[in-house]
Design a binder for this molecule. Structure first.
Ligand code: XMP
Ligand code: MG
Length: 173
């Protein structure tokens, strides 16, 4: 297996600062709850919330599990729910990557049912060519083709989450 760098640490840091700037500029004011999707988004979210400073916000976490069955739609389940009440609040969901769109569409729907003022999503990576359900992210770090990537929170069987860059995985045959 070989890794090639797609986004070096300084490139990621610069993009996070730009994303934070857009998020700050478009925040309408009022209570902001940042919802981090475990586990993959923890590295990105740690950088993003600090780049959002001094914006006033609270951070909470959800864990989701997806089951790839024979059906094309797949199924997503909330494994660990929020502790915060998001009714009336502006919610910013932070996720590592949007792939089929199943995870984020499920989560956004579940959050919308709780009466928030708004729900927006911020992903470091987007693979729009892989969508199984129509889903558009509000803030996107980078749009990538259908390649498997690791690092910056993204894993391969649990490994590489602490790799400081985002790299493409090449499997030799
Ligand atoms: P959806 O529901 O959009 O799920 O298909 C997104 C989740 O799929 C995982 N994923 C990846 N993980 N490298 C990874 O390490 C990848 O290239 C990749 N593509 C998708 C990831 O867990 C994400 O949360
Ligand atoms: Mg994930």
């Amino acid at each position: 297996m070989k890794l090639t760098t797609l986004y070096a640490p300084d490139v990621l840091a610069a993009r996070v600062r730009e994303l934070a700037k857009s998020i700050r500029a478009s925040h309408p004011g009022g209570r902001l709850v940042v919802v981090v999707v475990l586990r993959g988004a923890f590295v990105f979210a740690a950088d993003l919330v600090r780049a959002l400073w001094p914006l006033d916000l609270v951070v909470d976490f959800v864990a989701l599990a997806s089951y790839e069955g024979t059906e094309t739609t797949g199924r997503v389940q909330l494994v660990t729910d929020l502790r915060e009440d998001v009714a009336g609040a502006h919610v910013l969901v932070v996720e590592d990557i949007c792939d089929t769109g199943l995870t984020l569409s499920f989560l956004v729907e579940s959050l919308r049912a709780r009466g928030p003022a708004s729900v927006r999503t911020c992903v470091m990576l987007d693979k729009p060519s892989r969508r199984k359900v129509a889903f558009r992210t509000d803030f996107t770090g980078f749009t990538i083709p259908d390649r498997f990537v690791v690092g910056y929170g993204l894993d391969l069987d649990g490994a590489y989450r602490n790799l400081p860059e985002i790299a493409e995985v090449h499997t030799e045959t």
